[in-house]
Design a binder for this molecule. Sequence first.
Ligand code: NAD
Length: 487
Amino acid sequence: MSEHRIEVAGVEVATQHYIGGRRVGSASTFEVRSPLDWDWKLADVARGDASTARDAVTAAEEAFPAWAALSAKERAEHLHRLADVIDANVERVAQVETVDMAMRLQSLRERLVHRGAENFRNYADLAAGYEERVWSSKGTENRVIRMPAGPAVIITPWNAPWMLSTWKMAPALAAGNPVVLKPAEWSPLSASILADLADEAGMPPGVLNVVQGIGEEVGAALVADPRVRRISFTGSPEAARHIGRAAAENIVPFTAELGGKGPLLVFEDADLDAAAKKAAWQYDDSGQVCLAGTRLLVQDSIREAFLERFHAYVDTHVLGDSRADDTTITPMIHPDHLARVDGFVQRARDNGDRVVRGGRVRPDGGLFYEPTLVEPASNDSEIVQREVFGPVLTFQTFADEDEGVRLANSTDYGLSGIVYTGSRERAERVGRAVRAGTVWVNTFLVRDLTAPFGGCRISGIGREGGHFALEFHADLKTLQILDGSTG
Ligand code: NAD
């Protein structure tokens, strides 16, 4: 094994960038530790800089003409091969992701790694099945053509690295755009495996590049490169503002999938047990889930009955190692993030909000925060209005549907919402009234990959999913030919 390939959880992982089909390093590195045991150093990973960014975009630019010239069906064959290689390497990805990010091993094995393969298959087939719209008007034949746009930069957050990287790269590649992926510095390792799998699947050099490093360094250099034609970002609103400025400078379309502060509304006509169980489930992955329903909004009349069931379900949670089958709440990603989450709760206390359960770092070690419920003093409390991104939920009640919807829509976010009701009419009414990119009724996290996905207000710009992402990665052209003017 070369010095730039190390063993992580029994799996060989490259610590360098992957540019133009080759592994290349940087003069400096950054350290990656495991959230499962902060004393466990996993790797020193190449820390990209402006020259790394330049080289990666050059590789993508050089690969662009040949990749764009392939038919969508030919590109789909490449992506299907990659998906098959992923499916044959589930354990490799799962073992590394579980120690790097602390996602549950069982979920990775059973669902999440395969979902990466599904992302590639789904977009490959959608792009290959695209039928150009053709119609006649004003004495001409009109045709809508999707032109590949050029190199795309994909930037992902630390909380679901494998799933989000594959979800965001797939439409770019299927649409004909080579990609440069920059994963987050707190969980960079599964992206490195993805590069190896792409290599094994025979992806042409330069079509799929991965650069490692810090957002403000190599990330900022990538998004500022004027040769980049699309930027697809998932992360915080704070970083999105910087990236959006760079995109504006170069007049480059950019999508941003950002934070959430989703409401979980429970009406008195709901299946109370199902609602309480799902509410308790919002602590999964230590609440490091953008789509989580973190504001519990419960109708006055069922307050006590709901809380009794909710607490009983929360009591069944098991805080533990992400590799153990019975663990339901895994460690948090990083000591800094644990401290940030605790800071929110301490400020809530100072503000007069009532901490009903939890509210502290678990005393017996590990990066765990106790599942926490806060009854805010007012709807303006910071703990209600800002994304905490940890196992912290707020609890508020409402008298009637109007008040419930008003509270649901009372933050600057609008990523997702969850509604529990037994009434079809209410499901329609409230589902339409909640201002969010996705609203689930009596369920959560069920996803159809062809449906639009994204956020309103500070939760994002643009939509991913299905043809929405493919159109983002294309330059649409209208071709008009005068009737009767050609043979
Ligand atoms: P972050 O914004 O700090 O970082 C995200 C990525 O952006 C990282 O790769 C980082 O290195 C990079 N980055 C940071 N500053 C940059 C800059 N100036 N230029 C270029 N790149 C830069 O977010 P995070 O802490 O990694 O992730 C958590 C956030 O992501 C939460 O707000 C969460 O809600 C959100 N998120 C949203 C979705 C969604 O689909 N809407 C999904 C997952 C996570």
